[in-house]
Design a protein around this ligand. Structure first.
Ligand code: 5RP
Length: 225
């Protein structure tokens, strides 16, 4: 199976998991990226049963609407039953790095507002230690240089993502050469730098379930509390 087929397979597995919530009239949270796009496209088959969705980016909202699926604001609903999204990396504890598509802040908000977070990814995303993928950090534009200097002091190599403006009007710094031994602590420390909106570590609110596309089929990893 190629990578696209693995993404399609995990998206199909996620559809089976969210179907009962959809049929119960629950609102579904939708992530961002190429794997989430596979999920959105497969969700179209259920559009007549879907009450509404909340999207973690303008791009996903647009794609959902193009399929005739209702998208509402997070402020218009209570707790979301289930959130489905991809990741750039996951460890065995289902702590993630996200934000390769620059949607990390809205993704983190929708994940926080959701009862269950199902992560969908191909097997290349599962790692022993987070950090080979550069950690995305959303930053208020005027704080960019200051935040970069603080990140240098932490031992990483911050690189401004040229030409990218987030849906919230901010910029992205990618932190290279920064292996992460204690994801929760690192998430808190970087979020404590003034001018940082949030960083792409999802360790304080990790995924609950990871559906991993492998050559032997979709594997399910469950978070242990
Ligand atoms: C976007 C994200 C994506 O979930 C992440 O980048 C994975 O994307 P893909 O499914 O295309 O590999 O965090 O901000």
């Amino acid at each position: 199976m190629n990578q696209q087929q693995l993404k399609e397979a995990v998206a199909a597995a996620a559809i089976e998991r969210v179907k009962p919530a959809i049929l119960d009239g629950e609102i579904i949270g939708i992530g961002t990226g190429s794997t989430a796009n596979c999920f959105i496209d497969q969700l179209a088959a259920l559009k007549d049963d879907i009450k509404a969705t909340v999207a973690s980016s303008e791009a996903s909202a647009q794609r959902l609407r193009s399929h005739g699926i209702e998208v509402i604001e997070l402020n218009s609903c209570g707790q979301i039953a289930v959130y489905v999204d991809g990741a750039d990396e996951s460890n065995q504890r289902l702590e993630l790095i996200k934000g390769g598509g620059a949607a990390l802040t809205r993704e983190k908000i929708v994940a926080a507002a959701s009862k269950q977070f199902i992560c969908i990814a191909d097997e290349s995303k599962l790692v022993d230690q987070l950090g080979a993928f550069p950690l995305p950090i959303e930053v208020i534009p005027m704080a960019r240089s200051y935040v970069a200097r603080e990140l240098l002091k932490m031992g990483g190599n911050p690189v401004y993502r040229e030409g990218v403006v987030t849906d919230n009007g901010n910029v992205i710094i990618d932190l290279y050469d920064f292996m992460i031994a204690t994801p929760q602590k690192t998430e808190e420390t970087i979020n404590g730098i003034t001018g940082v909106v949030t960083n792409g570590l999802f360790a304080l609110r990790p995924a609950d379930v990871l559906l991993l596309g492998t050559a032997d089929g979709v594997k399910t990893l469950q978070r242990e509390d």
